[in-house]
Design a protein around this ligand. Structure first.
Ligand SMILES: [Zn+2]
Length: 239
């Protein structure tokens, strides 16, 4: 992975209004390490050498000229828990964050909820930014999902590559805006069968964007997600 691609993605995050100032951070898996955007550096000033490398198995030690984002722990722990994930976008996107401030998960009020791997986009409980506690609640909320809200903070979107994580971050902000608007009229939620059909169709359309669909299809898929440990399958069947 090219460090310039990460800088370009961060600039896009700001340009599209998904984050403001120096908020938000992006990382990609890079072999046994992750590459992550720096702390407190505005997009315009960010250059490729400012992207630090941090071993995923490590304790936060990093290589580079700029200090990694204060949310490195959350990124690292998600990579540890989710071997199929190769890119993570964390943002304080206005609409997703508005829902997170209300600690309100996104229900299946639109079929696009299937883009995030399940029947809803959960909201992780509140924990202070940068802490192991935040990392733990985020990993838990993301079980079986590729996005979640972080209470009174922001949101997370995951992908099997950077383009997918960025696409998902934008879709999350879009569905957040639509859901917030629909609350004025009172949204009608999709039923289980409708949702399952949307998930199956969506999985086929996106080719693995829906982790739930991939799991349901069994172990014949070529995506790494299909080889997920049986533990996660138990977890999803227990839900
Ligand atoms: Zn944040």
């Amino acid at each position: 992975m090219n460090r310039s691609a990460l800088v370009a993605a961060y600039r896009e995050l700001i340009a599209r209004g998904l984050s403001q100032g120096t908020a938000g951070n992006i990382s990609v898996r890079h072999g046994e390490a992750m590459l992550i955007t720096p702390s407190a550096l505005p997009a315009a000033a960010m250059r490729a050498p400012d992207i630090a490398a941090m071993p995923i198995a490590g304790d936060g030690a990093w290589r580079g000229r700029a200090r990694p984002s204060s949310e490195w722990r959350m990124h690292r722990d998600i990579y540890r828990a989710r071997p199929e994930i190769a890119a993570i976008v964390h943002a304080h996107a206005p609409y997703a964050t508005a829902l997170a401030m209300a600690r309100r998960p996104i229900p299946p009020a639109h079929y696009m909820v299937a883009a995030f791997g399940g029947g809803d986009v959960p909201c992780a409980p509140y924990a202070t930014f940068g802490t192991a506690a935040l990392s733990a609640v985020a990993v838990r909320a993301l079980a079986g999902r590729t996005a979640c809200l972080l209470a009174n903070h922001g949101c997370l979107a995951l992908g099997t590559d950077l383009a997918e994580a960025m696409w998902r971050a934008l879709e999350l902000e879009t569905i957040s805006k639509q859901y917030l608007l629909s609350l004025a009229a009172g949204p009608v939620l999709l039923g289980e069968a409708e949702l399952a059909e949307a998930q199956a169709a969506f999985g086929a359309y996106r080719g693995g964007a829906s982790q739930a669909a991939a799991n349901r299809d069994g172990a014949t898929g070529s995506k790494p997600a299909a080889a997920a440990p049986t533990r996660s399958r138990h977890r999803s069947s227990a839900r």
